[in-house]
Design a protein around this ligand. Structure first.
Ligand code: PMP
Length: 301
């Protein structure tokens, strides 16, 4: 999946307490967050000016920050209010919201003591269809693996965890794939570079347990939507062999929603199978109507 180009797309930036001119929203070159990856972020979408699953994303921002030793100096209500302020200022029908937390430039070195904590929220216009040409994805297999839980805070949305994802995506693209599947340290299926993966076999929905990768908010929503529709769901360890014999495969994420996978390496799947289509439609309906907040289909990550 391509990145979202930023030129001409940023409608508002809130930074450390107030809306600022997006063109002036810079950070110092010696920012500790830049050099030492002391940085966490979120990706949220808004529909009709309302951010989907806002409290779940704010909770995950907080737990991600805590996982790297950052206590946010704003409570969750203040962060949610700031996000809504920025979304209202941008006034886009559909937007991508990027809250980001990082340590400041007071110290250079490894010990973060003495650094300040910063929060910025950028709101970008969401491009209609531009990130999704509707075609089933082609997934390659990355030579990179997700780290073990003792090597990195694997369930936190830290910038550090995205380095390997960027390398894997570039490699997949060079090989003619849309995205890459990453395994965990045991050889089990983990996730793609920016989404969680599901497969359908014999009418059941199966996905690996989120022990070594991001427990996506879309993943949790889809599991609940499926259970609510009477579909049997299982969270079990899976290997690439399980993928090869699956009836349907799809990925989930804030940016992609529910997206069909048509190929894993040389193996073709039935694209847009029955369950994939059903869950994709249920998800679209949910984000367009209930907005997720009060819905039983979203939970804090
Ligand atoms: N895994 C990775 C590595 C991701 O970047 C994302 C996107 N945030 C996901 C999974 C899916 O998470 P969510 O559904 O919360 O967007």
């Amino acid at each position: 999946m391509s990145g979202l180009t930023t030129a001409g797309r940023v409608g508002a930036v809130w930074m450390d307490g107030a809306l600022v001119d997006p063109a002036a929203a810079h950070l110092p070159v010696l920012s500790f967050g830049l050099h030492n990856a002391a940085c966490v972020f979120e990706g949220i979408r808004s529909f009709g000016g309302r951010p989907f699953a806002l409290s779940a994303h704010v909770n995950r921002l907080r737990t991600s920050a805590e996982a790297i030793g950052i206590a946010l100096p704003w409570d969750s209500t203040a962060i949610a209010d700031a996000i809504e302020t920025a979304v209202a200022a941008a006034d886009f029908a559909e937007a991508y919201i990027r809250p980001v937390v990082w340590r400041g430039d007071e110290v250079i070195g490894i010990d973060p003591t003495g650094t300040t904590v910063h929060l910025a929220i950028a709101v970008l216009a969401w491009p209609k269809q531009a990130l999704d040409d509707g075609k089933p994805l082609r997934l390659g297999l990355s030579r990179w693996t997700r780290p073990t839980p003792t090597m990195a805070p694997v369930q936190a949305k830290t910038s550090a965890n995205y380095l390997v994802g960027s390398l894997a995506l570039a490699e997949a693209r060079a090989g003619g794939f849309d995205d890459a599947l990453l395994l965990d340290h045991t050889g089990g299926i983990a996730e793609t570079t920016g989404s969680n993966i599901f497969l359908v076999r014999r009418g059941e929905l199966v996905t690996p347990p989120a022990h070594t990768f991001l427990n996506g908010i879309t993943r949790q929503t889809v599991l609940r939507l499926a259970a609510r529709s009477g579909i049997v769901t299982r969270e079990i360890r899976l290997t690439p062999n399980d993928l090869v014999i699956a009836d349907e495969v799809f990925v989930t994420g804030t940016a992609v929603g529910v997206r069909s996978v048509g190929w894993f390496r040389d193996t073709a799947f039935r694209a847009d199978g029955i369950l994939t289509r059903m869950l994709a439609n249920a998800y679209i309906q949910l984000v367009g109507t209930e907005q997720g907040e009060e819905s039983p289909c979203t939970a804090s990550a």
